[in-house]
Write a protein that binds this ligand. Structure first.
Ligand SMILES: [Zn+2]
Length: 299
């Protein structure tokens, strides 16, 4: 799942392989750039901002890519190429005097003058993994629409950049809040500290694990676990589909017991008064099976 941490890691990996390399051939398989030729350009930077990647060339051009759900960069060693089975997925093959980089299935791939990068990333809120991360500014943006469900506000990259659905729903679980809690009723300062901690942790560790348990099928508390028992309390995890034609564009998972608060389209459940504290927060990095039945976390 390409979220901010995956794109950050991809930029880091690309830097290691390709920074300072000279392009020997560029093969764009996007009609708009069919005749574009980057040969001779030196790759001068790979930067990530939220879920966007910026590849810069010394001639003053930037290649902007956005992975959305499925995009990826792949690199092959000098003189090697991807197997033919990938042919239909290649949007750009960038050969250099070293390795070759392939943009695969990339839904957004555009060239623009480096001086105009603001046009593609200028709308974004503070980047959780960026050097100038500004939690207060992110918080200010998150409550600009105070009644907006917190999970939706978190996913809006104009508020802060880098969180995708996985981190958003897992964070709501770990903070013990319903994903539909109005943003203004959430302790956002604590929530942002947690989200950033999880993303930074993910940079140094494979996969996107929130439970501390890297075994297949054990990596998440609620994400993708509809109907399965909550790892903390055993209650079946609830799931709500994305609703076409609304701002509600993402699936959501939550534990109705560990995450009290508003639940649209379900029987109204009472929400607890005051700010919810992160009662599940200590579960981050802890294995579910150890937590089950742990008296300190029982409610
Ligand atoms: Zn639960």
């Amino acid at each position: 799942m390409p979220e901010g941490d995956s794109v950050f890691k991809a930029a880091q990996r690309m830097r290691g392989h390709l920074l300072g390399r000279t392009v020997t051939r560029s093969d764009f398989r996007v009609p708009r750039y069919a005749t574009t030729d980057l040969a001779g350009q030196v790759i001068s930077a790979f930067d990530s901002y939220g879920k966007h990647m910026l590849t810069r060339f010394d001639g003053g051009l930037t290649l902007h890519t956005h992975f959305e759900m499925d995009g990826a960069w792949q690199v092959t060693g000098p003189g090697k190429r991807l197997p033919a089975t990938f042919d239909d997925e290649i949007r750009l093959a960038l050969s250099t005097d070293g390795p070759t980089a392939y943009a695969l299935r990339m839904p957004v791939l555009e060239l623009l003058p480096t001086s105009q990068e603001g046009e593609v990333i200028g709308h974004l809120g503070p980047d959780l993994l960026g050097p100038s991360w500004d939690a207060q500014e992110a918080q200010r943006r998150l409550v600009a629409d105070p009644r907006r469900p917190v999970v939706e506000a978190l996913l809006d990259q104009r508020n802060l950049a880098g969180i995708g659905n996985l981190w958003a729903v897992e964070t709501c679980f770990l903070r013990g809040i319903s994903p539909w809690t109005p943003a203004a009723e959430v302790d956002l300062a604590a929530l942002l500290v947690l989200v950033r901690r999880m993303l930074l942790h993910s940079l140094d560790n494979p996969g996107q694990v929130t439970t501390g348990d890297t075994r297949r099928g054990h990596t998440h508390w609620v994400y993708g676990r509809a109907g399965r028992p909550c790892r903390r309390c055993g209650t079946p995890i609830e799931h709500r589909d994305a609703v076409a034609g609304t701002s509600w564009s993402r699936e959501t998972w939550w534990c109705p017991r560990c995450q009290p608060g508003p639940f649209p389209s379900l029987a109204e459940r009472p929400s607890r008064p005051g700010l919810r504290r992160g009662v599940n927060e200590e579960s981050f990095g802890s294995r579910g099976r150890r937590l089950r039945g742990s008296p300190g976390l029982a409610r």
